[in-house]
Design a protein around this ligand. Structure first.
Ligand SMILES: [Cu+2]
Length: 157
């Protein structure tokens, strides 16, 4: 085989390899769609206070207070690493418990109690979190509206 023919053969071989790689890449894109890249999601959640309306003589006025998590809904993607800093702004002891991911801040002191919890959101779904401190007036643990101090973690697929 002469030198020019060898060059043509090498060129054809190179073109063939490139074509095969392009085809494999295109096939890969079809078979393995790009997925969202997991990342760290940080939230600041406070145990705060809501005011409710009551009707007095036909007018709506601000009535009793209730306790709540703010924000009450956290949205992440499956696989994200979630970091939540929880602060208790209220005058009694509260906590944040998220059983689905083994999270429990433990008791947070009134007004100043803060805790940071971390976990990997490895399951998609809607998961409830709540105050894990049972109401006990004598010891200043939680409040009479304990059962309503709830929030939701939404983990998207
Ligand atoms: Cu509480």
């Amino acid at each position: 085989m002469s030198a020019p023919n060898r060059s043509v053969s090498l060129a054809l071989a190179g073109i063939s390899i490139v074509a095969i790689l392009l085809a494999a890449g295109a096939l890969g894109l079809v078979l393995f769609r790009p997925v969202a890249v997991a990342k760290t999601q940080q939230f600041d959640v406070v145990i705060g206070e809501a005011k409710y309306l009551v009707e007095v003589e036909g007018k709506d006025v601000l009535g009793p207070e209730g306790h709540r998590f703010e924000p009450p809904v956290l949205v992440v993607h499956k696989g994200d690493h979630v970091v939540i800093t929880v602060k208790n702004l209220r005058k009694n002891i509260h906590s944040l418990v998220l059983p689905a991911f083994g999270v429990d801040t433990g008791p947070l002191d009134p007004r100043t109690g803060t805790a940071k919890v971390e976990f990997d959101a490895n399951n998609a779904g809607v998961f409830k979190f709540f105050c894990g401190i049972a109401y006990d007036e004598a010891s200043g643990a939680c409040d009479p509206d304990h059962d309503f101090i709830v929030g939701w973690l939404v983990v998207l697929e």
